[in-house]
Design a protein around this ligand. Sequence first.
Ligand code: FAD
Length: 484
Amino acid sequence: MAGTSESEKRFRFVVVGGGIAGVTCAEQLALQFPSEDIALLTAAPLVKTVTNFRQVSKTLQDFSVEEQPASILEEKYPNLKVIHSAVKGLHAKQHVLQTENRQVFHYEKLCLCSGARPKLLIPDNPNVLGIRDTDSAQEFQKHLSKAKRMVVVGNGGIALELVYEVEGCEVIWAIKDKAIGNTFFDAGAAQFLIPSLEADKPEKALPCKRTRYTTASKDGSGELGSALGPDWHEGISLRGTEEVSHRVHVEYECEIKTIYSQQDFMKSPLHTQETDLGLWPVYAHLTNGKTFGCDFIVSATGVVPNTEPFLHGNNFELADDRGLKVNEHMLTSVPDVYAAGDVCTAGWEPSALWQQMRLWTQARQMGWYAARCIVADVLEEPIELDFCFELFSHITKFFNYKVVLLGKFNAQGLGSNHELLVRCTKGHEYVKVVLSGGRMMGAILIGETDLEETFENLILNQMDLSSYGEELLNPNIDIEDYFD
Ligand code: FAD
């Protein structure tokens, strides 16, 4: 690096974002170009690093994530410089970035990994919370510790975990679908999981080998932190003021129509119609006509990519979900600007068995692959789309069950051209296989099924399974031996 003045610096490679995508990308670049200096610009004081990485099968990956001070990363990679300052502007034609603390960075190749933030039902309402990073999780905990009832809106992974983990507080869960968790599951899997919500939580959750956050980043600056991942709730008490374990009431097929503060509610016609709702800090009026008073509302209705600082004056092509559209080399529509993780949207023709989901695993894979693409570009070498984009695979935990999702696990995009095979043992396991034209296209495995490797192989090799029919899920057949 050759500094041209105190506030102006030149790096051949600059990565923006200290989440999993940005850190993975910066680490790879640092390894590939040991004689170049790489800058990682990030808004949050801590960075996310992947630890205990384990390749479970060909495509399934499991790892832990730790939030660490930037110095740990810099010690590991002497050519990596972490700069704690949010980027506020990009002049892509000049290859220049500006940060909030008035620094200017010149780059040759840039990778944007600024993540996404929760879609909030209404911004700046102290009684409507989103959960994204350590700070917002702590804010949530603060509200919960004084709460008797909350309303949760949304049906994705965060909402699922939340309603299960929270104790001592009544939860009204408003979902727009016919079944819980439909981002990940079908109605059958939802039915399998529902009893866990109705039962008391086990005294002590089974040991969980996933992430734990040891460091908090509370500096009150309102900075954009990294997104949390699995077990974001580990180490923080998710308890309200009541004695109950779970008390979850699901309102299906509805959304929030209006949110009222206590004052506004008292003045509204609803107050005269619904006199027995009690006195609450906030009220949620749902599209199904029902109204619930509560201590606070959690908005878990998905995320919006953090693109704003980069858009002004540049010609980025955005996808329908507002992500930066990237091609099969993770390159945006702007020359020399790559993107990875939650901020980007895959713009290439995906494999028949893969879809983008804004998940941790994909943030890591994209960050790693973006770095490889930058290397190939600089060295003028060809590069093919990485194998990890061949098959969607995700391993996680919901309601204390191991959950493995493979391929088109919910028959996404298959229309009516598919059949399902299901095996379910209440409280033990739920196995669903999606077949199309006799070939396995996807699977959901809940519980300790031990089927992930075999099914992954059957999906990848697209073997014609028509002749096996329902035998495929016969519990008395050792399927692994069968296909060996
Ligand atoms: P992020 O981790 O969001 O990192 C973005 C980085 O960019 C941050 O360091 C931020 O400070 C920085 N940044 C933002 N703007 C700027 C700027 N202008 N200038 C400089 N830096 C900037 N995924 C799973 O796979 N499994 C789960 O169980 C799971 N659970 C989740 C639970 C919660 C509560 C949440 C919120 C998310 C969960 N996810 C889960 C999703 C997962 O956390 C994200 O997909 C993943 O972290 C995205 O990584 P990223 O690096 O793209 O973005």
